[in-house]
Design a protein around this ligand. Structure first.
Ligand SMILES: Cc1cc2nc3c(=O)[nH]c(=O)nc-3n(C[C@H](O)[C@H](O)[C@H](O)COP(=O)(O)OP(=O)(O)OC[C@H]3O[C@@H](n4cnc5c(N)ncnc54)[C@H](O)[C@@H]3O)c2cc1C
Length: 381
């Protein structure tokens, strides 16, 4: 007992959560990260704890979000009462998680890239390998399914900007596009270490037909929306990429388990994946500990595959989100505007020609809407 060795590839939320949990459960953990933990993070840094399973991040919290602004044609305010959402600095948060993992006994190897040769060594020398390398994952490169991610991903482009975002205060802003095309976001972060006022400003497209020429179109759309929103300032960093939003059916390949973006577990509704990556990383460690007889009752998920255990955790939420996506895909701009106004109870803005078709759709999707709202505010899916 206690000799099972776990190798983890990737020091993002999924890998770090797995490392902490596994080390705390007495397993021997080595984590490999190709950069320094927290460097080169590509993220809007809005941390939504949709399933109400996580603690408030222990470090890096800039502010708890009390209100978000949602815009279609008009702008609406949504109070976040009951919705657990924080604006965080991921680099700071992840570095503190790395410290936590080290204190629990895990060994972290930064600036260590696992290439295909090392990958084979890892599979041979460790009892279990957790692939938390994002998308495309190391496993997908080996097993030839990297195209899966391209097919089922949100495509994003984001600037980290210095500017005057005081109009938003501590509120996040979303501009929704009709027919489930995606959204534009402005997430102010407050002051950075140099005293500059910073925001993550980005765009994400969900529908593949909209994202076909995503490279150029996304950046042009982002610039256009920035102009429309009057966002001015200096671009400090620009990045983007894919966020896999369809859970892979198979999450086990021999002794390898896929977690986080590698498993495709970000939300199909908003593309947020910090919380689910963290939860699934943790689950992987517990699942292995169960297999190795390291859990007190020795019964954790006895006989259940890892894919099934992840499904149990995520599918109740994913099913509801998929129904909301389905509703969203049917809404044109006026209808989406009407839904936003009804959802925010700001009915002064509703126009009859927008409201009528959407009332019918809402009636058809009432159950999904109810579960979504209840899930979001209570974490019960
Ligand atoms: C522009 C953008 C904005 C986003 N905004 C949000 C948001 O506001 N809120 C939210 O919840 N989610 C957001 N997401 C999604 C979120 O970032 C991901 O879902 C989340 O980071 C997934 O965590 P992960 O640990 O699985 O992967 P990652 O965070 O990608 O971590 C993977 C790690 O593996 C390392 N790695 C990769 N290959 C190797 C290798 N061969 N050897 C060693 N190390 C390796 C990488 O360096 C990286 O550190 C956003 C994504 C993008 C692209």
């Amino acid at each position: 007992m206690g000799e099972a060795r776990i190798g983890i590839v990737g020091g993002g939320p999924a890998g770090l959560a797995a490392a902490i949990e596994a080390a705390e459960l007495g397993l021997r953990v080595d984590l490999f990260e190709r950069n320094r933990v927290g460097d080169h993070v590509r993220c809007g840094e809005g941390f939504v704890d949709t399933m109400h399973r996580l603690e408030q991040p222990g470090a890096g919290v800039r502010f708890r979000v009390e209100e978000v602004l949602v815009q279609v044609e008009q702008e609406y305010r949504i109070r976040c009462k009951g919705i657990r959402i924080w604006m965080i600095d991921r680099a700071e948060w992840q570095r503190s998680l790395a410290e936590q993992a080290r204190s629990a006994g895990a060994c972290l190897y930064e600036n260590t890239r696992i290439d295909s040769r090392l990958w084979q060594d890892l599979q041979r020398d460790y009892n279990w390998v957790i692939d938390a390398s994002g998308a495309p994952s190391r496993t997908s490169l080996q097993h030839g399914f990297r195209d899966y991610y391209r097919k089922y991903s949100a495509y994003t482009a984001q600037y980290v900007m210095e500017g005057d975002f005081s109009r938003l205060g501590e509120r996040l802003k979303f501009v929704l596009f009709p027919h489930y095309e995606g959204y534009y976001w402005i997430f102010p972060k407050g002051l950075d270490a140099q005293g500059r006022s910073i925001a993550n400003v980005g765009i994400g497209l969900f529908r593949r037909d909209c994202a076909n020429s995503w490279g150029n179109r996304l950046w042009m759309d982002l610039d256009r929306l920035n102009n429309r929103e009057g966002i001015e300032g200096r671009v400090l960093r620009r990045h983007g990429g894919i966020v896999p939003i369809r859970l892979l059916e198979q999450l086990e390949y021999g002794n390898v388990l896929l977690v986080g973006d590698a498993a495709g577990c970000a939300s199909p509704l908003h593309g947020g994946g910090i919380d689910t990556s963290f939860s699934v990383g943790r689950l992987a460690a517990r699942w292995i500990a169960g297999r190795e007889g390291r859990l007190p009752d020795g019964q954790f998920n006895a006989g259940k595959s890892f894919s099934a255990a992840v499904g149990d955790l995520l599918w109740p939420k994913l099913r509801v989100e998929e129904k909301i996506c389905d509703l969203w895909s049917k809404l044109d701009r006026p209808a989406l505007d009407a839904v936003a106004s009804l959802a925010t109870k700001d009915c002064r803005q509703v126009r009859p020609w927008g409201a009528l078709p959407c009332c019918w759709l809402l009636l058809r999707h009432t159950a999904a809407g109810y579960h979504f709202w209840r899930g979001l505010t209570r974490g019960r899916w």
